[in-house]
Design a protein around this ligand. Structure first.
Ligand code: AGP
Length: 607
């Protein structure tokens, strides 16, 4: 997610803005800029690190006691100087920074262009500056309110204007915004760490609220203009805790961000009737109808996301679909043809093995679609089509929110491809759309049961080995749960299809050995219970992930982590969360460095 800063007071704004942006660097970004008003608003911005911006400011500092700043995590348009924020309208009198997505920006941009507007960037954000300028009629707050009414999406936007030089006007629609209250000065930021060293008193802005900031303080209103009384929140975190949003580790923060990530990855891409809109996917229905197969390739957790995709595409598209480890596929001389689609999945978009495997596609005349979290990543530049997940920067080496976003991507692709192939009827499309739109709430519910994962963690923290089993989609989730546990707690773990246990590994199941069973696929529930009974008969300890409505599981499981009842096809999105929490709490109890596990890197850019 982008970083936002604002300041108005008696000090020079520039240094305060840059300092605040630097304190938001941990969020990840690819360009930065500030705008300062001293009667004339001036902007400095640069691609890359904040040091590049500082180099510009050393040559040409911006003078003024009111300004805004931004670190950009690219979503629309590659990381360049021109695409960096802040953005101004052509007159330069209205300047905006923005975090989030303006879904209908293209229609707005087209309308403005038809009226003669010229743009200096590829971004969705720039249209906001043009709109505020167009709507301005002597009242900046009213102009911003009119602008917001024209925009669809999830965002935070912050505006300054030469016309009303004493105020900053900001709006929050999902992307976070806080106001820091100083003595004769006021701060605005997308996250508390940016200004926690300057004040501990904050107004937390909620969704669909507007705030008018001056040196004397801040006035909060609803988007419609009704006054809001907002209590001051006193923050007593230290700086490190603040970067983690009060969580002890980025991993836990990112696990808890997953409802928002799902909402943002779905934003503007899925209608209630199941119609899918994919802005960076170019292939047409004719190409889709002609497909004879799908290949998915990735590594690690991304591979486990591909395991889910494999099952979904097989079920929903009735298309031969194979997921292959990229480090295997790259040397396998696979038989891939022009009528097969290659999907490469990579959070970083820089994993060497995945890049190598993805490049097999064009050699065989096959299109390659990238599912990645980083705009402008190497994988995105190789791809014919791109699905950008909107998980924001994932700091913890152990991938959680990016993984969930990869699942959402594949559900949407299945609907899009299935509609074109006639294998997804309106009932299925609506059912999946309904379930996905309700998923953020379901995940919030699962997160509220974190104590269940803690209880399991306390039971297995001293185990030597933990096994994960499941069938179909549940097996794919078991694989991810096992990897999460291994990579951060260093507790040996292994996952396998439930039916495979009796073909060898059962020899390892003795008294008290923990076996985690994932039980969301009702069609094979009884078959999976057979494996559970094999474990119980050897004294193994059963731990289950099961629906709230499962009344059988208590007969077998010593501990159960529950998820709300839902469509089996969508259950993986919820079922993985207890396993993420389990891994986290075992690692916490074992006292490990959770965000930076030994021997591992966030992006494996070597073979
Ligand atoms: C996941 O928790 C690991 N950090 C690792 O398996 C990771 O998923 C894998 O290296 C692939 O990374 P990518 O998604 O950036 O390609």
């Amino acid at each position: 997610m982008c970083g936002i800063m604002g300041y108005v007071g008696s000090q020079q704004a520039g240094p305060i803005l840059v300092d605040g942006l630097k304190r938001l660097e941990y969020r990840g970004y690819d360009s930065a800029g500030i705008a300062v008003n001293n009667g004339t608003i001036r902007v400095q911005k640069a691609e890359g690190k904040i040091a590049n911006l500082q180099a510009l400011l050393e040559k040409d500092a911006l003078d003024g006691c009111i300004g805004i700043g931004h670190t950009r995590w690219a979503t629309h348009g590659a990381p360049t100087d021109a695409n960096a924020h802040p953005h101004a309208d052509p007159s330069g009198e209205f300047v905006v920074v923005h975090n989030g997505i303006i879904e209908n920006f293209q229609a707005i941009r087209d309308e403005l262009a038809a009226a003669g507007a010229e743009f200096s960037s590829e971004t969705d954000s720039e249209v906001l500056a043009h709109l505020v300028a167009r709507e301005y009629d002597g009242d900046l707050v009213a102009a911003v309110r009119k602008t917001v009414a024209l925009c669809e999406g999830a965002y935070a936007m912050v505006v300054i204007s030469q016309r009303e030089p004493e105020k900053i006007v900001a709006v929050r629609k999902i992307s976070p915004l806080v106001i820091g209250l100083g003595e004769g000065e006021t701060y605005l930021a997308s996250d508390i760490p940016a200004v926690l060293h300057r004040t501990r008193d904050f107004l937390i802005i909620e969704d669909d609220e507007m705030v008018i900031v001056t040196a004397e303080g801040a006035r909060v209103e609803t988007i419609e203009g009704d006054p809001v009384v907002r209590e001051v929140t006193h923050i007593d975190w230290d700086a490190e805790q603040a970067e983690k949003g009060g969580y002890d580790h980025f991993m836990l923060k990112e696990i808890h961000e997953q409802p928002t990530v799902i909402a943002e990855t779905l934003q503007g891409r899925l209608d209630e009737d199941g119609t899918v809109w994919l802005e960076d996917v170019e292939f047409d229905d004719e190409y889709i109808a002609d497909l004879t197969g799908v290949w998915i390739t990735a590594c690690g957790t991304a591979y486990h996301a591909g395991l889910i995709g494999q099952e979904i595409f097989r079920r929903v598209l009735r298309l031969p679909t194979n997921v292959e480890y990229a480090h295997e596929l790259r040397y396998a001389d696979p038989i891939i043809g022009p009528r097969e689609l290659m999907i490469a999945i990579s959070q970083s978009g820089e994993t060497a093995d995945t890049l190598a495997a993805a490049r097999i596609a064009p050699d065989h005349g096959s299109r390659m679609l990238a599912i990645t979290n980083v705009v402008g990543s190497t994988l995105s530049r190789y791809a014919d089509d791109i699905f950008y997940t909107r998980a924001g920067p994932e700091i913890s080496v152990a991938s959680t929110k990016a993984y969930i976003a990869m699942l959402i991507a594949q559900y949407l692709l299945a609907l899009r491809l299935g509609a074109a192939r006639g294998t997804v009827d309106s009932e299925l499309a609506q059912r999946v759309a309904h379930g996905l739109h309700r998923m953020p709430g379901a995940i919030e519910e699962v997160l509220s049961r974190e104590h269940e994962a803690v209880a399991v963690a306390e039971r297995i923290v001293d185990a030597d080995d933990v096994y994960f089993i499941g069938r179909g989609l549940d097996y794919a989730i078991a694989m991810e749960g096992s990897l999460k546990l291994k990579e951060i707690s260093y507790l040996h773990s292994e996952a396998m299809p439930a039916g495979e246990l009796k073909h060898g590994t059962l020899a390892l199941i003795t008294d008290g050995v923990p076996v985690v069973v994932v039980l969301t696929q009702r069609a094979v529930y009884d078959k999976t219970i057979s494996a559970v009974q094999e474990v119980k008969a050897r004294g193994g300890m059963i731990i289950a992930v099961a629906y709230d409505t499962d009344t059988e599981i208590e007969k077998y499981a010593e501990l159960v982590m529950r998820i709300p009842d839902m469509d089996d096809l969508l259950a993986p999105v919820a079922a993985v969360v207890p396993l993420q929490l389990l891994a986290y709490h075992v690692a916490r109890l074992r006292g490990h460095d959770i965000d930076q596990p030994r021997n591992l890197a966030k992006s494996v850019t070597v073979e």
